[in-house]
Design a protein around this ligand. Sequence first.
Ligand code: SF4
Length: 344
Amino acid sequence: MTGKREYMKQESPWAEQEAELDQAPKSSLSSQAPQKGDISSLLEHKPTLLRSSAAFLFNDSVLKYPLHTLDDRVVVGTSCLGYSEKTYLVVPAIQVGCPVQCNFCQVGDQGYERSLTAKEIVDEIALIVQKSHQYGYPLAQTRVKISFVADGDPLTNPNFGQALEQIAERAVVPMKVSTAYPDTPLAERLFDEICSFSATYGDTVQFQISLNSTDAEYRARIAKIPLADYRKIREAGEKWQSDVPHARKVNLTFTLTQETPCTPEDIKDILTPDLFAIRLRDWAPTERGLRYGLHRIGPEKLKELADRFVSEGYNVIPGRTGNTERMFILSAGQLTGMYQSLLR
Ligand code: SF4
């Protein structure tokens, strides 16, 4: 990354932060449920389990915050403008590393240390919102969406359902939950919890499954833990439609490389267009993916695949890697390693 020093903004030393926390009033969480879109409770929330020591600004549009846990793990939270430029995305990490360890994703190189607790996740979201305000990005004045799409898999964090409940006590904003959908009893339990939560939550929850390939064997090979087969994914799509009022279709997302088998005709009879939408994304290179021999695909191939899904009756949601993400190689996990090397 060039210009690293220019972009790194030092914050107050920890001792100062701790003093501020000691003097802070007790939680101002109101007994009343928050109004839809109001994130003022997150601005007032006093984080005690995570601390911020630096922030990185990329291209005046993406802010990344390395955050330290009390047991001195580092996770990276992000805020950035969404595709529409009318919504700020808040993207919290939910684990230290990730147990799924997909071969294309840099987070996989961190291994897996532990899941964040519900309270740590709330602290992280509050810190992302507060630090963004501090640096002149007033999230509270625009639409905010919380996207669990990086740095951990929600269906492998046993605390995830509880985290959703605790967030909803402080803010009611759209959310996106993205998972590789592991084939484990824990994932089933967590999916049930997410369905129950989404059925009564005051805003939209979008559910997304990283299918990554239409070839079941390839999909199984790129992850380190067993993933649900297409029959289980179909059942999840049916449950989502039946349990969640006004549910949006479950997104099936693909991070595509030249090596990815992707043939829409192979899934159209089981992962049907009435239950699932498609999101195609070109892989932004990572050291890990390059080691696994992956190669980028070009925009023409991406468009050709999108057209083929459309001709099979699917809604296709655009998902190209953003310019800033491409320019600074900002895929999940990239900054964590760089930040840790700065600390050494
Ligand atoms: S893509 Fe998601 S599930 Fe896969 S290793 Fe990265 S963070 Fe984990």
